[in-house]
Ligand binder design. Structure first.
Ligand code: HEC
Ligand code: HEC
Ligand code: HEC
Ligand code: HEC
Ligand code: HEC
Length: 174
């Protein structure tokens, strides 16, 4: 991966880069992804909008703060040991917890591992979850409200006088 990235970075003349950026930009609609099938039918609207849970209950942003992280089945079971135990979805959840299996959530926002990104740095710089993920409390089934790609990163960095040097987000070329 490292090598591939170095090659990519080397091979990317500025012109080609701008073209790539423009093309990615053109693809960015605001339309929901067609129902990505999650292993358990989890609803943010129900838990955040309805139950008033805080993001940090399930997304704890562990040190060093790059990832927000996803809740484990055991955490969910702190409530669902008692709540809605007759629901087939909760019975699936309970089975994950019992077998200590990770729930393989289908990822919605994901950027390639060769890109540096830190949640904490952006929260410290004044962004909120909604800046990048929209009004999650109204979302039934999670979808990509905003595109997260090089063009959208660059646009916001430019607007906020944050660096757009290649090495800010990609490992240094050598
Ligand atoms: C009760 C636990 C819970 C709470 C509270 C919660 N989430 Fe989540 N979140 C999840 C689970 C489970 C998933 C994975 C399933 C999915 O995508 O719907 C998830 C997925 C996400 C994702 C997509 C991650 C990805 O790339 O796949 C985002 C973004 C997100 N949550 C943002 C938020 C925000 C913002 C809040 C607060 C407004 C919040 N969540 C509150 C449990 C929670
Ligand atoms: C703070 C308590 C709490 C936590 C933590 C919590 N839930 Fe819930 N969950 C609820 C409540 C309350 C309901 C709504 C029950 C109702 O409709 O009366 C609910 C409903 C659900 C439902 C709908 C069940 C159905 O068939 O109607 C699913 C699925 C679900 N939760 C999954 C999860 C998952 C997965 C997690 C962990 C990521 C989680 N919950 C964490 C309290 C919680
Ligand atoms: C500056 C934009 C930005 C902000 C602000 C932001 N996120 Fe994210 N979020 C992202 C990107 C980009 C990813 C994909 C990261 C990756 O794949 O490494 C992501 C991924 C996630 C994930 C998936 C798990 C993970 O850690 O990769 C969750 C959950 C999440 N965000 C929740 C939140 C919550 C909750 C907040 C507010 C406390 C928040 N985000 C604020 C851009 C943002
Ligand atoms: C909402 C605007 C916004 C978006 C969207 C955004 N950034 Fe940033 N980013 C900032 C700001 C503001 C800073 C802080 C600049 C400073 O502290 O000088 C920052 C800082 C950073 C840093 C340095 C963090 C550190 O550890 O000091 C990196 C790396 C970065 N962003 C990568 C990304 C990537 C990759 C994306 C797209 C996936 C992205 N950013 C999207 C506004 C944004
Ligand atoms: C603010 C963060 C940021 C900066 C600065 C940045 N990139 Fe990126 N770059 C990304 C993200 C995020 C991706 C992955 C998503 C995508 O392909 O749009 C990416 C992907 C790439 C790719 C792979 C494209 C592909 O289609 O596979 C190349 C090559 C690249 N960047 C080169 C550069 C070069 C050259 C510079 C300096 C002119 C640069 N990047 C500056 C965030 C950044």
């Amino acid at each position: 991966m490292k090598q591939l990235k170095t090659v990519l970075l080397f091979g990317c003349v500025i012109g080609a880069c701008l073209l790539a950026i423009a093309q990615t930009g053109a693809q960015t609609g605001q339309t929901p992804l067609p129902g990505s099938k999650q292993p358990i039918a989890f609803s943010h609207k129900l838990h955040v909008g309805g139950q008033g849970l805080k993001c940090a209950t399930c997304h704890k942003n562990p040190d060093p703060g790059e990832k927000m992280g996803l809740a484990s089945a055991a955490l969910c079971m702190q409530c669902h040991e008692d709540v809605k135990t007759d629901s087939p979805e909760i019975q699936k959840l309970a089975a994950y917890a019992k077998d200590k299996r990770d729930i393989k959530w289908v990822r919605i926002y994901e950027i390639p591992s060769y890109v540096f990104f830190s949640h904490r740095a952006h929260l410290d710089a004044g962004s909120t979850c909604a800046t990048c993920h929209g009004e999650v409390k109204e979302i039934e089934q999670m979808y990509k409200v905003k595109e997260m790609n090089m063009a959208s990163c660059m646009n916001c960095h430019q607007a906020n006088n944050a660096s757009t040097d290649c090495t800010y987000c990609h490992e240094k070329m050598n």
